[in-house]
Design a protein around this ligand. Structure first.
Ligand SMILES: Cc1cc2nc3c(=O)[nH]c(=O)nc-3n(C[C@H](O)[C@H](O)[C@H](O)COP(=O)(O)OP(=O)(O)OC[C@H]3O[C@@H](n4cnc5c(N)ncnc54)[C@H](O)[C@@H]3O)c2cc1C
Length: 470
């Protein structure tokens, strides 16, 4: 319906459950809608490659995954213009995006922008985490979903969080062998989670979580209360060492899959100048939003895990609500063509039930968030924890001074893999709250683009202005 309708009524960044839900609503109401995602096909993190995965045996990835196929089909049938392989590297307060696909960058204007950029895995900076053979569980799950691949050799999983247990079960169903699952969930978290058990018990997470634990524990050695986790090896992973109630242990390993939860992907929103605040319950930065998901910039809303971690069903409900708010703002006369707001709000409340327990139970321990000494913090620039603390000692009061002193956060990932660690380490060193320390000042391009692409853009002056914006 709306091929090439620049400016669009609505532009949505991210085709996960939130972006798909939003597009289904806005395009369904007849608004010109552009949905952009950097991955080749829609689905986001949870429904990654749901229309193309080589895994036809549905039990491997489970019912929640395949539920995404209907949502993708709904968005595709809505008339939204869905562009895969499209990376949005800039967004400004006039709601102009810069996006790159098929080797070309272009500007896109929209009356309303919905950011549905989702979540990233939290950094897990332990000694040896940069060794070949050490990966995140999410990266390995991406290989399973998109290519049907399982790791070869002696595989150890370590960390905390629902995704670790889900992925372990998916691997076992796919025929992989797991040497051990090293659970770093601190015992104290169980006590902190207790008050939230009643709400959790009636949520969909309770039965699912217990079933996954049982499925894994039947087939894999699970070691609880793990601390002092290290990946060891010269030029590659050879073993995993850790402490448990039974004392110090070491497992020979070829692959170590690390995971300690997911956090909002803030880069594009922060680079656009959207206000964020520190969220102590989830130990991360979240955008400051009103009840309808509107940000500090007029006409830009955020939905999904980019607002704070709520999971796929909450993301979809938030996306639909953000879509509804866009219709109300752009074409109120079309509100008759959208679902009842009350029903969507109830779906969101149901989806969020039980989240409080998950936040408390799976809060990663300080030892695995705050590295020491020679452990690398910034992988791009190979900056260690010791160097960062030295910089604080000579006056680096925040991440941006640390960046100037050490280049941490200046590499291709633009702080995605070190930002939280840098904020928390400086907070600890100075004895002040993370909110007072702040975060990197992010600027476009938030994802790497070639100079050739930038130079080839129409209105290059405007393109350069977008990049060198103060
Ligand atoms: C690696 C990983 C694996 C996960 N696997 C599961 C799982 O199996 N089951 C589960 O229940 N939950 C999983 N989650 C949690 C997941 O965050 C939520 O379940 C859900 O997918 C959140 O939906 P969303 O729409 O907010 O964001 P997402 O699903 O994360 O979708 C956001 C999309 O935006 C894209 N994007 C981000 N920035 C840009 C940009 N600048 N330009 C263009 N595109 C962009 C991303 O690539 C992604 O496709 C996973 C999370 C991660 C990080």
């Amino acid at each position: 319906m709306s091929a090439g309708a620049n400016p669009y009524d609505v532009a949505i960044v991210g085709a996960g459950p939130a972006g798909l839900g939003a597009a289904a609503i806005t395009a369904g109401a007849g608004l010109t809608t552009l949905l952009l995602d950097e991955n080749p096909t829609p689905g986001g993190q949870i429904y990654r490659a749901v229309t193309t995965t080589p895994l036809k045996e549905r039990s491997i990835l489970g019912g929640d995954y395949w539920a995404g196929a209907a949502l993708v089909a709904e968005a595709q049938a809505s008339g939204a213009e869905i562009v895969g392989g499209a990376t949005v590297w800039s967004l400004d307060a006039s709601r102009e995006l810069a996006a790159s696909w098929a080797g070309t960058s272009r500007f896109i204007k929209a009356r309303r922008v919905i950011l549905a950029t989702g979540a990233l895995e939290r950094p897990f900076p332990i000694p040896g985490w940069t060794l070949p053979g050490v990966m995140t569980a999410g990266a390995l799950q991406t290989l399973l979903k998109s290519s049907g691949l399982v790791p070869d050799g002696r595989l150890v999983l370590a960390g905390t969080g629902p995704l670790l247990w889900l992925f372990a079960a998916q691997l076992l169903r796919a025929g992989a062998r797991i040497e051990a699952l090293l659970d770093t969930t601190p015992w104290a978290n169980y006590l902190r989670a207790l008050p939230h058990v009643p709400a959790f018990a009636i949520s969909r997470y309770a039965a699912q979580g217990l079933a996954l634990r049982r499925e894994v524990a039947r087939q894999v050695e699970v070691v609880s209360g793990v601390t002092r986790l290290r990946a060891e090896g010269q030029g590659g992973l050879a073993s995993v060492a850790f402490a448990a109630r039974s004392g110090e242990r070491r497992l020979m390993a070829d692959v170590l899959a690390l995971h300690q939860g997911v956090v909002p992907n803030v880069n594009l929103a922060m680079a656009a100048g959207i206000a964020h605040r520190w969220q102590p319950a989830q130990l991360c930065w979240v955008p400051v939003l009103d009840a309808a998901g509107n940000t500090s910039i007029d006409g830009i809303a955020i939905a999904g895990d980019g607002t704070g971690i709520g999971g796929a069903l909450a993301a979809e409900a938030q996306g639909r609500l953000a879509g509804l708010a866009a219709v109300a703002a752009v074409a109120p006369e079309r509100l008759a063509r959208v679902p009842d707001r009350q029903l969507l709000a109830q779906a969101l409340a149901r989806a969020e039930r039980g989240r409080a327990l998950l936040d408390q139970l799976f809060a990663p321990p300080r030892w695995s968030r705050l590295p020491e000494g020679d452990t690398i913090v910034c992988r791009c620039e190979e900056v260690t924890a010791g160097q960062l603390l030295e910089a604080v000692g000579i006056g680096a009061m925040g991440p941006n001074q640390a960046k100037a002193f050490l280049r941490c956060g200046m590499g291709p990932c633009q702080g995605r893999l070190c930002g939280l660690t840098v904020t928390e380490l400086i907070s600890k060193a100075r004895g002040v709250a993370p909110a007072e320390v702040g975060y990197f000042r992010l600027r476009p391009p938030v994802k790497p683009i070639t100079l050739a692409e930038l130079a080839a853009m129409a209105h290059t002056q405007r393109a350069v202005a977008a990049v060198v914006r103060e």
